[in-house]
Write a protein that binds this ligand. Structure first.
Ligand code: NDP
Ligand code: OXD
Length: 306
């Protein structure tokens, strides 16, 4: 079995070493133009040329949870596309989002500013019941995040494409229930995949329907958000702030207004990092299962785009 590895923005050598150790019977090589045809590919945002030269791939294993970069390409017709299924990301996402929500709710930025001036002062405690958190996307990451928020006793709502049942979470589904979900939400967390249906979903209409003093946590993809609409709603005072981890262009360009906006916190796409050891173990297990003809988790539905 031959496995080709083509991962942009990634140090590939340690991935290859780890895949070789996990699949000792396989030939694992970094892809170069003109490389031999392989059975499976391990990828992150590969160029179209890679896919054009590998028409016989049986499996394409993405080293991330989001497959939007891959779905824009012309893929070999019969290849099964497989995404990372948690692999240590859901706990990271839960801690990151809870931190962002709690920092906003407990006004920790304001306390930090006070401390910088040597000021000892209290703010009036806020009521948790006035900060309902709505999580868009109740998949592997969204469900974990929603449950972690519920453990802190925030009222938690969730929205997904099909109806879901998540303990401690008031669940909404589909376009028909989107407005009710938004109207009941003050802090909005985005954990949707980027697809033609969800691109630009965080626009003036969506964000404008949040309760006054709304807050946005975007940890999914930058192209979900219409940047200018967020800025307008922050400047009008309808939204109180935003924690943004993902951007249309990454790295976020130096001149982008998000960097300097006093109500926006920027982090560099770090909310849930791909962990190499856990990811390689998962991919190796899946390749072995696939070769034995067994079903595997995390297969992407190409029609849905996630
Ligand atoms: P999943 O595929 O497990 O979950 C996706 C969820 O979104 C599902 O609940 C799905 O609904 C819902 N959904 C999809 N389309 C729609 C729609 N049109 N309307 C309503 N709901 C919809 O994905 P993960 O939880 O694993 O990951 C989510 C995203 O997080 C990734 O696609 C990626 O973009 C991002 N991510 C960001 C990281 C970071 O570091 N910032 C790291 C990892 C991932 P249903 O349940 O009905 O299928
Ligand atoms: C992912 C990501 O999709 O890192 O896994 O954003």
């Amino acid at each position: 079995m031959r496995i080709t590895v083509c991962c942009s923005d990634t140090k590939t050598a340690p991935w290859i070493d780890a895949l070789r150790a996990a699949l000792p019977g396989a030939t694992v090589e970094e892809w170069r133009p003109g490389a031999p045809r392989a059975d499976h590919a391990v990828v992150w945002a590969p160029p179209q040329q890679f896919l054009d030269e590998q028409p016989g791939l049986k499996g394409i294993f993405n080293i991330g949870a989001g497959v939007d970069a891959l779905m824009k390409l012309a893929l070999p017709r019969d290849a099964v596309v497989v995404r990372l299924d948690d692999a240590g990301m859901s706990v990271q996402m839960a801690e990151f989002v809870c931190h962002a929500v709690i920092r906003h709710f407990r006004e920790l930025d304001a306390y930090e500013r006070d401390a910088a001036q040597g000021k000892w002062g209290f703010r009036r405690p806020r009521l948790r019941s006035e900060f309902p958190v709505g999580v868009m996307g109740l998949g592997v990451l969204g469900a974990r995040v929603a449950q972690a928020l519920a453990a802190f006793e925030f009222p938690v709502l969730g929205w997904s494409r099909s109806a879901r049942d998540v303990e401690g979470v008031r669940c909404f589904a589909g376009e028909a229930q989107f407005d009710n979900f938004l109207a009941s939400t003050r802090v909005l967390v985005n954990l949707l995949p980027l697809t033609p249906d969800t691109e630009n979903i965080l626009d003036r209409a969506t964000l404008g329907r949040l309760q006054p003093g709304g807050y946005l946590v975007n940890v999914a993809r930058g192209a979900h958000l219409v940047d200018a609409d967020l800025l307008a709603l922050l400047d009008s005072g309808h939204l109180a702030g935003a924690a943004l981890d993902v951007f249309r262009t990454e790295p976020l360009p130096a001149e982008h207004p998000f960097w300097r906006h006093p109500k926006i916190t920027v982090t560099p796409h770090t909310s849930a990092r791909t962990l190499r050891d856990e990811s390689v173990a998962q991919i190796a297990r899946k390749i072995a299962a696939f070769e034995r003809g067994e079903p595997i988790a995390g297969v992407v539905d190409r029609n849905r785009g996630y």
